[in-house]
Ligand binder design. Structure first.
Ligand code: PA5
Length: 450
């Protein structure tokens, strides 16, 4: 049984049973499309049985490599963009100490590069790496993505100067396609330890492959437990291919609301450690559904922080919003609000109560206010945040995304729209083969001439 609950009580004012039923009736067929591998993009369904196909040998290899890197690194740099970094970042930030950059732990600090082309970011990173022992992984499924390739070129140069070529090679791990792409050729030439991103797993579905597992293991997180959570959810989905399945409930609710005009979904959390989980979720849903002129626009907020910035809009702005709250019901700690004799802040009425109780009350109060303001609310509750729950959540959202995408009648596994900016950038940078496009861009958009 899964630990994830999906509560739909707070969408009831906005949808009729008939409207929900329209999508409920599609669920069994949609599960058949996924498990029967008959839908669009079915050559990218490797994530479906990925958790159960992970072998003990593979896990041992990842753990051994991670241990070796941990021993020689104060810092571990993960170079990648999109699906090649967001999953690892989401899981690591959810599970390490909030102040891990400032407190001493026995794990390397995992930091990221290649997800931005900011020169200032790179300058600060190089300065930091001058004074730290470090190792790194270059992750690119295609092996040709510009942002990580540029970062890797710079960092490879740095690490080779710092340690010499031979030691540098031992500190670099390449994670890429099994046969094609520039990174594969380079990794073979240099003799880097290499892990494969399976052909049938797209970037945004790859956190349970070495793309996520190596960085997560280097951060000191129990990857057996993490995979165990995903395996549990995989079994649960196989055994519950119907509308009672929590992933199906979530997919049905969001599709029903979308077709009633709620075109923007805000993922809400009350735990700052889940901020990057929201970033991972945004990529998963945005790239999977936003195509063919359709799709729910995914946004995210962290409450109560953002109640003091976005709260006004959500309460009273354009009424095209739905909210999905990830609620953590029993946080680990136990911090109580102290009594104060003077009571100048008039908080004695909550003295003795846990901070988490106040946080959960803020959640309830906000849901009621937003529902009253016209924003339907889906609540996804988990008992705690640990590696097992993170594994469950990852698989839950992946399955729900595939169900939702197929009900929307799009291919949830491609991302043709991502190419448009790349072509323009190559043309404007003067890459060979893009001369015609360059001329066209400069002619039509003369103001962009460099
Ligand atoms: O989900 C996706 O496929 C993309 O976000 C990719 O992960 C991203 O573009 C990086 O691609 P690559 O791993 O080929 O460098």
């Amino acid at each position: 049984m899964t630990d994830i609950k999906v509560e739909l009580g707070q969408i009831k004012n906005f949808v009729s049973d008939n409207q929900i039923d329209t999508y409920n009736k599609k669920i069994q067929g949609t599960f058949r499309t996924i498990y029967g591998r008959t839908g669009a993009g079915n050559d990218f369904l490797g994530w479906v049985d990925l958790p159960s196909s992970i072998t003990a040998e593979f896990m041992a290899d990842i753990k051994n490599k991670a241990e070796e890197l941990r021993k020689k690194s104060e810092v571990f740099v993960v170079i990648g963009i999109g699906g090649s970094y967001l999953g690892a970042r989401a899981v690591i930030e959810a599970l390490v100490n909030h102040f891990s950059n400032l407190v001493k732990t026995d794990s390397p600090k995992v930091i990221f590069a290649g997800h931005t082309m900011s020169e200032d970011y790179m300058a600060d990173l190089l300065k930091l790496l001058d004074s730290k022992d470090y190792s790194m992984t270059m992750i690119s499924k295609s092996g040709t993505t510009t942002e990580p390739a540029v970062a890797f070129r710079i960092l490879k140069n740095h690490i080779e100067k710092k340690y010499g070529k031979e030691e540098a090679r031992k500190r670099i791990v390449a994670i890429t396609d099994k046969a094609k792409g520039a990174l594969k050729v380079l990794a073979d030439n240099e003799g880097y330890k290499t892990y494969v991103v399976p052909d049938n797993v797209g970037g945004r579905y790859s956190v349970l492959t070495p793309v996520g597992l190596l960085p997560i293991a280097v951060a000191g997180i129990d990857i057996e437990k993490f995979i165990g959570g995903a395996q549990l959810m995989e079994r649960y989905c196989i055994e519950n291919q119907n509308e009672s399945n929590v992933a199906a409930k979530y997919a049905v609710a969001r599709q029903t609301l979308y077709h009633l005009g709620k075109t923007n979904e805000i993922l809400v959390n009350y735990e700052p450690r889940l901020q990057y989980f929201s970033e991972w979720w945004k990529q998963l849903y945005g790239e999977s559904e936003g195509k063919d002129g359709k799709g729910i626009f995914p946004a995210s907020v962290t409450f109560t922080t953002d109640l003091h910035s976005m709260g006004q809009y959500i309460q009273e702005g354009l009424r095209n919003l739905m909210e999905t709250v990830i609620s953590v019901e029993n946080p680990d700690s136990d911090i109580r609000i102290p009594e104060d004799d003077a009571n100048l802040d008039q908080l004695n009425y909550i003295a003795g109560r846990r901070l988490s109780e106040v946080n959960l009350t803020a959640e309830k109060a906000t849901i009621l206010a937003h529902v009253d303001g016209g924003v339907p609310n889906i609540r996804i509750a988990v008992p705690r945040i640990d590696a097992d729950i993170m594994g469950q959540l990852i698989y839950f959202f992946e399955m729900a995304c595939a169900l939702s995408g197929y009900m929307l009648e799009v291919n949830p596994f491609n991302q043709p729209g991502v190419e448009a900016y790349k072509k323009n950038m190559f043309a404007l940078l003067g890459k060979a083969g893009y001369e015609e496009l360059r001329e066209k861009l400069l002619e039509e958009r003369g103001e962009m001439r460099d």
